[in-house]
Design a binder for this molecule. Sequence first.
Ligand SMILES: [Fe+2]
Length: 413
Amino acid sequence: MANQYDRMEGIDDLSVEEFPSWAGKPVDHAWPWWPLLPLYPYGRRRTIVEELIPNQIWGFEQLQGLYYVAVPVRMTVVKVPEGLMLFNPLPPTPELRRAMKSLQKLHGPVVSIVLPTASGLEHKISLPSLARVFSKADIWICPGQWSFPISLPLGWLGIPSGRTKVLLQDGLPHQDSCDWISLGPLDIGLGRFQEVACFHKASRALLVTDALVGIQAEPPRLFDFDPTPLLFHARDVGDEPLEDSEAQRRKGWARLVLFASFLRPEKLNIPSISQVLRNAFKPGFRNAKAHFGLYPFEWKEGWENSAKEILGEKTPKIQFAPVLERLVFPRAKDTLFSWLEELNNLRNLRWLISAHFTAPLDFRPKEIRQLLKSTREREWAKNEGNWRFLGGVDKVLLRQKIVPKDPLKAFRD
Ligand SMILES: [Fe+2]
């Protein structure tokens, strides 16, 4: 599918010489640094560009994931008085750079790049290369950046220290046009969780990273380039052919969202190795696309109902990302509540744009009140159903004293 910013008049072709080639030819969506974080689709990433709020905000989406559990990741481009702000970095493939070039011709240069999360690795990994492409932009990063297994200085991580500032500690960017609202910090043992949301007043949009998402039953457009990840998961056994239909795509998407949200959803069995191998390497499946027929999943009856917990049928369902809710906020519900109250006090808030899933989402006081009410009424830090696996992980981390009982204590002392 062509994207509209490729077709704009007067756009020069970007040089792709510095990028690697596939079979001797440079490609538009190559991403040479993928071995740093080997996520599907590895070195080949397509980008979809969408105007989310007319003349104000654009979304750039690429797929990222593990073993075909790939979900879209979004960089948000915001028009500010001085030019453009990039919020949540993405790998700057030639395709992305060309679309950015056309936006810059219309709206001015990239003046700032914001990494608003302390912990979201999939958002951090491309900051150094994006910073090199936009070499005059100021870099703003969330406080408490950490690397695993050892904490490295910013320069070692490829973040240019000469033009990098820390949000809140060194001030805030574009304060006339944006309000900044921090969620956290919370101590999560290995490092900290914090993300700083941005309310862009002109568009009335709130930009977040991972905390809030809106998920719908229809798969994202990015899968139109290659629906294989959806069709792969729509099957019941490894030797079932990958059949393409709208129903199969939706089925695969629902399962993929269950994986991404709960890591090991309630209605999933992991079959024995001998069972997996019995269905593998059959004629017609001896190729990488079909993962050689290896399919280590078995969905139990009723999985569709458990997907309804997180998928909105007609409109996207707005929710806290389940992994964060159960592993970061199980003992810090009040922190989430006060952040939501702060959002509720923003004047004229209209839209929510997250770094994952559907955007923009309706996000007015009515939707915030609904979210507050439903969160207040339901059981928090559950261990049953889809939450069982995440609950078990939390219990082990707590028992091993890897995560503290009180995630706020370190910041009170
Ligand atoms: Fe994320």
